[in-house]
Ligand binder design. Sequence first.
Ligand code: DAH
Length: 336
Amino acid sequence: MSLLDEITQLRQEAIERIKKSDSLDSINEVRVKFLGRKGLLTAILKQLKDLSPDEKKEVGAAANKCRTELEQEIILATESHSGVKEASDFDPTLPGTDPQIGKVHIINQVIEQICDTFRGMGFEIARGPHIETDYYNFESLNFPPDHPARDMQDTFFVEGGRLLRTHTTPVQVRELERTDPPVKIIVPGCCYRNEAISTRHHAAFYQVDGFLIDVGVTLADLKGALVAFCKNFFGEGLKLRFRPSFFPFTEPSAEVDISCFLCTGKGCQVCKYSGWLEILGCGMIDPNVLKATGHDPDKYSGYAFGMGVERPAMLKYKITDIRTFFNNDVRFLRQF
Ligand code: DAH
């Protein structure tokens, strides 16, 4: 029998034995017998020296191929045997353990929905620090030091005269210092106020501010953008109402109400029988804000708006207590 035939036969025999092995020990025996230092394949290789160069090449290649193949088979057999051994106490009929799958927090989901609508209108996202200076939070936004508008935004003060920002509006100023119009920016983030915590108020809450500045921006642009947003977020068929209001950093200013979609305007507990729900504040950016950031109010105009996140989220998902957002009770959070 030629050496090549011997290799073929040896290979077949070894594979059969590996397949029949019923333990790691018997697999190892096969390995030693065929591939070991004194094994059968080694014995064949030792005879190579007596062959012609051409034969040497041919037989050597066949022997190496056979070795690689057998090693592979041995690895596979070893793996499946170890598996069976270790898993011998595994009962596939038992119910499995449910993995705890995390979710995006409902507040972040709502922020994402809001930002997504504005992103669709070409707005970019910007963020700013939660610990602000008096200048960015108030002064640059046209709140003079003793202005009563500050009373509505009492907050927590930290060392060095800094404070926890009461709204996301200061990011308008930070962005305007950094870039020149045209700008279209949306600013989501956490804000803080000195509030007595109740079902409707919390000392930490989320807002999304937005603003657009360019040449020739008018109140009609503001209205168009907000109507598009409200319909997209709350659903078509809504009515919007712009109610005159006051913010130091916009002039004129308005509060936007949507027709109560819970009672479709007939009057219910949620809308306090008015048929309307207050959703956001907005207005045309005050020339003083443009001036404070080095932009010419005779050249540029812009609109801005700011909304809370919890209230629209509560309305949309019929949540009655703002505190449930922050208690981190997974039974609540898992529902969204
Ligand atoms: N920053 C205001 C607040 O927290 C909300 C607001 C009103 C933001 C009008 C704006 C705006 O950008 O134009 O009460």
